[in-house]
Design a protein around this ligand. Structure first.
Ligand SMILES: Nc1ncnc2c1ncn2[C@@H]1O[C@H](COP(=O)(O)OP(=O)(O)OP(=O)(O)O)[C@@H](O)[C@H]1O
Ligand SMILES: CC(C)(CO)[C@@H](O)C(=O)[O-]
Ligand code: BAL
Length: 281
């Protein structure tokens, strides 16, 4: 497995491979890898010949400086996991390499109204930062395909909108959410959960599963009310949002008959903010 710190070194590696017709996949990450990330590498291997994983904790998508500061960075462990998974190359630039003019470099594109909903409402400017770095990573790798996790449902939508904005010829593959045995969606931030938080965190997947299991029994409003009620009285858990939304617009669903529905949740568990979602149909 090759390691690249600069775009130039990465491009030099990829050039002959592309010339010989190899299909390139990019798996963008912020590191602190877990089996969710490795599942993306595995899907990439089914869809391309050469797999590049990027590890870059992107400052422009963080709205809370403390969140950025405490973001876990276990790089040796990450490299060992990628090596085991059979990844071909790791791109791990520093901030100067990605933002030569400084991380306050100007960037703004129209991502549609969904940019400002849900995560966008709680993390102002988050999706401008995400699309800014993903565009830079796409420019560095020029992949045929790129893998993203459904766990960041809104992120996938925003990246697809960015792709359309620039008319980029890249196929986006959305990979299913990998969960712990008890249902908690794997996330790099889970490492911050205390033992108590860890128990309490199960309410996220349980509340989503509730909607899935009882979808035919109740109205949309009842489903939301009952799912939200599951959070009542759980110590240290504060719900940011729980919604049943249209999967294209992320606006609250108007009718159960809509054909693209997803339940999405974000909650602070102790001092850790977690997100999760389940596609209803
Ligand atoms: N449990 C999971 N299952 C599938 N894909 C996942 C999972 N967790 C993260 N991913 C995907 O991995 C990619 C990189 O995500 P990232 O490095 O931010 O990890 P993360 O675990 O989501 O961390 P955090 O949410 O704490 O920032 C994203 O496309 C993300 O959706
Ligand atoms: C896509 C991404 C790597 C951009 O920094 C990040 O938002 C993530 O890990 O999901
Ligand atoms: N996994 C999405 C990246 C973030 O939380 O900033």
């Amino acid at each position: 497995m090759e390691i690249f710190k600069t775009k130039a070194a990465l491009k030099a590696f990829l050039k002959p491979l592309k010339a010989s017709g190899k299909k390139i996949a990019l798996v963008p990450t912020m590191g602190a890898l877990h089996n969710g990330h490795i599942s993306l590498i595995k899907v990439a291997q089914q869809n391309a010949d050469i797999i590049i994983c990027s590890i870059f904790v992107n400052p422009t998508q963080f709205t809370d400086p403390k969140d950025l500061e405490k973001y876990p960075r276990p790089i040796e462990h990450d490299l060992a996991m990628l090596q085991d998974a059979g990844c071909n190359g790791v791109f791990m630039p520093n901030v100067e390499e990605m933002y030569p003019a400084g991380a306050d470099e100007k960037w703004h594109i129209d991502l549609g109204n969904a940019e400002f909903l849900l995560e966008g409402a709680f993390r102002k400017g988050h999706y401008q930062g995400v699309t800014q770095i993903v565009k830079k990573l796409f420019d560095a790798v020029e992949p045929d395909v790129a893998m993203f996790g459904q766990k960041d449902f809104q992120q996938v939508l925003m990246i697809k909108n960015m792709l359309a904005h620039f008319n980029l010829p890249i196929t986006i593959i959305t990979c299913p959410i990998i969960r712990e045995d008890d249902g908690l969606a794997m996330s790099s931030r889970n490492i911050h959960l205390t033992l108590e938080d860890r128990k309490h965190s199960l309410v996220l997947s349980k509340s989503l599963q509730f909607v899935l299991d009882h979808f035919d029994e109740y109205t949309l409003a009842e489903l939301e009310t009952k799912a939200k009620a599951l959070y009542d009285g759980i110590d240290g858990v504060a719900l940011d949002y729980f919604t049943i939304a249209n999967g294209d617009t992320l606006e609250p669903a108007k009718s159960k008959a809509e054909d693209n529905l997803v339940a999405l949740v974000a909650a602070k568990v102790g001092s850790t903010r977690l997100i999760d979602n389940m596609i209803i149909k």
